[in-house]
Design a protein around this ligand. Structure first.
Ligand code: PBG
Length: 337
């Protein structure tokens, strides 16, 4: 792009002309937000478990399988292409080996089967990580105070196969173990799941913004220590690009940047450097900030919420995983009327 003689000078050049009315703003908009850009994040619960609300996330509840099916129908009708599911797991169902992750009838599997039966056209993204199932809240095998990488990867493969078997279209490893994308690809292919996609949480930071999520899935008070030996340091950008390169080389179809808004520079850099489908995760803490600020009267949730989502698109995200994707899609439909 040649910008040397641009933008010219005032008074001949007046940028405000292109902002003077809605119709010209619509023509000159450089990015757009439509429901097809939004993926619904959803926390599942057992039917007999307490529904919620999720602490720190006003407006968010955990969904039973039946409620998840209903929400999937609604999501489809709103034009949302996919759901990203996460399971709440009670203390009693957790153990050191994360055995519930490999149960072919676990909550994730039952929800996927029910949703696929009722709403076959909607995409299902399944989180691959052990943290909802371990009694220590980490994403891998814990031994001697360390998270063991190469001992964890085969377990992630088993978990990915359980999810694929249940009907998940996209396996999304969020654990940040080295080498897991290639291993999961190999495991899927060996079982004939060559059509299932991998959305790698490639650029995933060790972030405080996951706080409400850990509450939502039942990991609060369970997690020992922090995740800084496997999730990335928020100070680093180049390292994130290396992570993307590795995951793509191992067979990732799409990559994710997470969290979202404070890390939009990484969305832009990843999209520019690799040009692959790039998904951003507007995480639980971001939702909490927006929803609680709106409750305190700082702004209108709808206006601020749509603005935040539009910023992901401007930054280069192909899609955004959001806890209010359904409401955003509804608002977008109302705006068009
Ligand atoms: C865990 C996982 C996390 C999230 C998605 N998968 C949290 C973590 O890494 O501790 C965060 C989602 C959110 O905050 O909304 N593998």
């Amino acid at each position: 792009m040649i910008r040397s003689s641009f933008p010219g000078r005032h008074p001949a050049t007046r940028p405000r002309r292109l902002r003077s009315a809605g119709w010209i703003r619509a023509i000159t908009a450089e990015s757009r937000l439509i429901p097809a850009d939004l993926i619904q994040a959803m926390i599942l619960r057992e039917d007999d478990a307490e529904a919620g609300p999720v602490p720190a996330m006003p407006g968010i509840r955990r969904h039973s399988v039946d409620e998840a099916v209903e929400a999937a129908r609604r999501a489809r009708d709103l034009g949302l292409p996919a759901l990203a599911l996460f399971p709440h797991t009670s203390q009693e169902q957790r153990d050191a080996g994360a055995s519930a992750a490999f149960d072919p009838d676990n909550l994730m599997a039952r929800a996927a089967r029910a949703i696929k039966a009722a709403v076959p056209g909607i995409g299902l993204i399944g989180d691959v990580a052990l943290d909802p199932y371990t009694d220590h809240g980490h994403d891998g095998v814990l031994a001697g105070g360390e998270i063991l990488n190469d001992e964890t990867v085969p377990l992630l493969c088993r978990q990915a196969l359980v999810l694929a078997e249940a009907g998940f279209d996209v396996l999304a490893p969020s654990d940040m173990m080295d080498g897991r994308v290639g291993a999961i690809r190999g495991a899927l292919d060996a079982e004939g799941f060559t059509d299932r996609m991998i959305l790698s949480y490639a650029v995933k930071y060790a972030s405080r913004f996951y706080g409400p999520y850990r509450d939502a899935i039942g990991s609060r008070g369970v997690l020992q220590g922090d995740k800084r030996t496997y999730q990335m340091d928020p100070a680093n950008a180049e390292e994130g690009l290396r992570e993307v390169a590795l995951d793509l080389a191992e067979g990732a179809d799409m990559v994710m940047v997470k969290p979202g808004l404070p890390y939009l520079d990484m969305v832009t850099r990843v999209k520019q450097a690799f040009g692959v489908p790039t998904v951003a995760f507007q995480v639980s803490g971001e939702y909490a900030m927006l929803a609680q600020a709106a409750e305190a009267g700082a702004f209108d949730f709808q206006a601020a919420g749509l603005e935040a989502l539009a910023c992901f698109r401007r930054a280069g995200a192909d899609a955004v995983i959001s806890y209010y994707a359904d409401r955003a899609a509804q608002w977008l439909a109302e705006e068009r009327r």
